[in-house]
Design a protein around this ligand. Structure first.
Ligand SMILES: *[C@@H]1O[C@H](CO)[C@@H](O)[C@H](O)[C@H]1NC(C)=O
Ligand SMILES: *[C@@H]1O[C@H](CO)[C@@H](O)[C@H](O)[C@H]1NC(C)=O
Ligand SMILES: *[C@@H]1O[C@H](CO)[C@@H](O)[C@H](O)[C@H]1NC(C)=O
Ligand SMILES: *[C@@H]1O[C@H](CO)[C@@H](O)[C@H](O)[C@H]1NC(C)=O
Ligand SMILES: [Zn+2]
Length: 354
């Protein structure tokens, strides 16, 4: 009892030391390490980080997100971020881990981040397509796996492209009905448990969310809705302007050029993406990030690019999140400022009277 307790304590210390080392964030991690890190973050920051289980993968693994925010009595708004919906895009989960580390550090010294964490909760899913991610780590032959791992309707084919499986203009363009295809959209909208998990969790509280960011690679793009060129988001101009601001923020960090636009305008038309579905749920600021690079290494982005990629993408994400926050809460901030200026004016008046 004593011995195992002592050992557990030592292991806990070792784990804490691991995730506090900066170079932890500049390596790719297999799923079991990411899961351990998620638990460790909750242990290290019990007042701000809560793990929430919200679904199961085809292979019955638990899908969890990290809910991050400061506890207040007020009703809070929220920001969504998911990584690893496509298995082979390893830089995406690495970015979610970096993002979480960064906000947990920043809010302690930066009043703006503290305010955002008071007004909003961040819902971060480091790996959405867990079965696919684990499969992409299996060996060199499976490294470039993209889809989930559910068996198709005919023998020998596996996997649905989860980013073609959401209930948003499903199967209208940029998909395949061939279950061996990389862009197989499934037999019906949200046929897949991973897409169901997001749909049911987020769909039941969509009005709380100001912002939906889904992280992919590669191409250095910020994509706005919609993937089907026949539809235009009602706030297309706002999405483009805020997206261009994010691209400018990204460019400043390491000089990388990100292109902003709808999928059909800057990449290819598609349907059934989670971004399009989120916009249709009424979440105003929905973006797909296609991180580095622009084709040199593609999905196999070298580990020495994790740090610069995360630094610049963090800056871009923060631009969008700050915009969303300020738009929703500036009314309140302005009101507080008015009260203060009235009080100050009264104070001044009183002082002059004396
Ligand atoms: C389905 O896709 C696979 C992989 O791209 C291809 O080899 C096969 O010929 C396709 N089948 C049909 C019926 O098009
Ligand atoms: C756009 O609408 C036209 C007219 O209804 C239709 O023919 C076309 O297939 C649609 N395109 C897409 C990509 O859905
Ligand atoms: C990719 O990005 C690099 C670095 O920013 C740039 O030098 C190169 O021209 C870009 N290549 C393409 C194909 O856009
Ligand atoms: C970024 O790329 C766009 C086209 O994709 C190009 O027009 C622009 O000049 C590039 N800007 C920089 C700073 O490289
Ligand atoms: Zn992707």
């Amino acid at each position: 009892m004593l011995i195992s307790g002592g050992l557990g304590f030592v292991l806990l210390l070792a784990a804490a030391a691991t995730s506090e080392r900066l170079d932890y964030y500049y390596k790719y991690h297999p799923m079991e390490e990411i899961s351990r890190w998620m638990s460790q973050m909750q242990t290290d920051h019990p007042d701000v980080v809560t793990l929430v289980d919200y679904g199961q993968t085809y292979e019955k693994r638990t899908i969890s997100l990290m809910k991050i925010g400061l506890k207040t009595d007020a009703k809070k708004k929220a920001v969504w971020m998911d990584c690893g919906i496509h298995a082979r895009e390893w830089i995406a989960p690495a970015f979610c881990q970096y993002f979480v580390k960064e906000i947990l550090q920043t809010y302690k010294t930066d009043p703006k981040m503290e305010l955002m964490m008071k007004n909003m909760d961040f819902y971060v899913t480091p790996v959405l397509n867990i079965d696919g991610y684990i499969y992409s780590w299996k060996d060199a032959t499976t490294r470039l796996w993209r889809k989930n791992r559910s068996p198709g309707p005919s023998a020998g084919c596996y996997g649905v492209d989860l980013n073609r499986n959401f209930d948003a203009n499903w199967a209208t363009v940029g998909v395949s009905s061939n279950c061996s295809s990389e862009i197989y959209c499934g037999t019906r909208p949200i046929s897949e448990p991973e897409a169901q998990a997001v749909t049911y969790f987020l769909g039941s509280r969509a009005e709380d969310f100001l912002c939906f960011l889904t992280i992919h690679s590669y191409g250095q793009l910020l994509l706005v809705p919609y993937g089907n060129p026949n539809f235009t988001a009602p706030n297309y101009d706002e999405l483009m302007e805020v997206g261009r601001g994010a691209a400018a923020a990204i460019l400043k960090v390491h000089g990388r050029n990100y292109t902003v636009g709808t999928s059909p305008d800057v990449l290819y038309a598609n349907s059934g993406s989670s971004r399009d579905w989120a916009r249709q749920q009424g979440i105003p600021l929905t973006y797909t990030f296609e991180l580095r690079d622009n084709g040199t290494f593609g999905f196999k982005l070298p580990e020495d690019q994790i740090q610069p990629t995360c630094e610049e993408a963090y800056s871009g994400a923060l631009h969008i999140i700050s915009y969303a926050h300020d738009k929703a809460f500036n009314g309140a901030a302005a009101a507080t400022a008015t009260v203060w200026s009235v009080l100050l004016a009264l104070g001044t008046a009183k002082a002059t009277l004396l």
